[in-house]
Ligand binder design. Sequence first.
Ligand SMILES: Cc1cc2nc3c(=O)[nH]c(=O)nc-3n(C[C@H](O)[C@H](O)[C@H](O)COP(=O)(O)OP(=O)(O)OC[C@H]3O[C@@H](n4cnc5c(N)ncnc54)[C@H](O)[C@@H]3O)c2cc1C
Length: 512
Amino acid sequence: MPDLHRRPKKGATAMNRRRFVQTSLAAAIAASLPVSQSFAAILSASMKVDADINAVTGDGAEVTLKRTAVQELGESLRGNLLLPGHEAYEEARRVLNASIDKHPALIVQCKGSADVKSAVDFARESDLLVAVKCGGHSFSGKSTCDGGMLIDLSTLRSVRVDPKARIAHVSGGSWLGDMDHDTMVFGLVTTAGTVSHTGIGGLTLGGGFGRVGRRFGLALDNVLGVDIVTADGKLLQANADENQELYWGVRGGGGNFGVVTNFDFRLHPMDRQVIGGTVLFPLSEAKSVLNFYADYAASAPDELYLDGGITSSPGQPSASFLHVCYSGPMNMADRIIDPIRNAGTPIVDGIQAIDYVALQKSGDISDPRARGGYVKSGFVSEITPELIDDILYGFEEHPDRGMTVVWQHAGGAIGRVAPDATAFAHRHVVHDTLLLMDWPVAIDPAPHIRWLKEYWATIEPHTHGFYTNDTDESQQKIHRNYGGNYDRLLALKNKYDLTNLFRLNANIVPTV
Ligand SMILES: Cc1cc2nc3c(=O)[nH]c(=O)nc-3n(C[C@H](O)[C@H](O)[C@H](O)COP(=O)(O)OP(=O)(O)OC[C@H]3O[C@@H](n4cnc5c(N)ncnc54)[C@H](O)[C@@H]3O)c2cc1C
């Protein structure tokens, strides 16, 4: 059995780099106060609001929230109202990326749809800026804000599995690991991302690439329905029979239409044991390893998920790497995996028979949240020799920052869905190209971010569209990125969120 508590070597893989940023933050989120202490702090926040509160509207104007109104909001909740000054507030306002340091005017920690409705009603009536946080992994910090209301779903985590119907009912604040853990016990799975601390909400609403995505589609392709609190405070069910247009839109339209309090996911039978892990090669072999990757990943069966890339981190030897999850027939495994091991001269060969849930957690790190991060990404349907050359030419090791370029594998079942069947249009995607950088939070990130942007300028021309979950682009680019689905999404936004209450996302700006 794999060691579930083993910490992956820092910088050992590109996905570890990504996970490092994520898990550092997640660890801090998880580091909660002792129960009695936090309960007292929360209770006093909920019970007694001392003064009026200064806040900001969605348009950035200042607004004063009356003490009595805020107190009434707190008293209406089953969850917690947190205000600045309380220790629990400090933890709740944090997101994964340590370079994002924002202070909401108030935080509503929701325990159910009723709390979400109370929060949404209050925010709408006060015209407040609103952020919605699930796992807090938005690289660009979309799930928090300065001066507005943070609707924190971290207290809304549960999974109910119906093994007979092969459906998982997953609360809107859950983490991917919650779902993997509960479904795999029944020999069932659905696509989730590669780091178990990621939130189900943000990942699914924008897409959801993962280790079994080539077999079962994106996370959003497996959504059978959602419960969603829309901007008018209504709790709607959206599925194939009810509110079909909204059901279409939430599968790729991100958090634009409301707060999802529950997802119903289709589950698929799968053996727990897969072949998974990472093999590292010297950086000097990067060109041939990446060329191998381009060819092999392009012709892979759906049961093979293969990431590839290069990575460097201070104090560690830089490397190229391949990361595998093979979930097909075991009698074929050697034939499929051996060429991956032999793509170069392995420094570390971590590919092994492994429990799927353990593989899904294999990059989770419990380091305190101490790293800032920045990412650029774009989709490609083919990895050309020119793209590999540009990646290698621009890649630089640096004593202060970690840097990883990784191709996340897509294609397979993801590409067999029509671009307009859901709001996620990018069905041509075979790889998401990610440039991930992180740094100790104490240093000035500006020169590093500048460098990454320059590097990205040489890579972007090879890409076609981008993953809205990864990156923070201009409004114009975001609109274009929705492709042929944009007009339909805009009509939905105009119908469900005329005032753009839900704007901290890959925003569709309403036009009426
Ligand atoms: C370390 C790391 C690894 C990653 N790996 C993958 C991967 O393997 N595959 C992949 O596809 N992506 C991956 N991502 C990207 C990921 O999809 C996004 O970061 C996503 O936003 C994370 O979801 P979250 O709920 O944690 O985000 P949050 O930061 O909590 O939320 C992001 C946005 O999602 C919306 N939102 C979240 N929950 C809800 C809800 N319940 N209702 C309505 N709106 C909601 C809000 O608009 C919010 O601003 C990774 C990111 C990181 C940092």
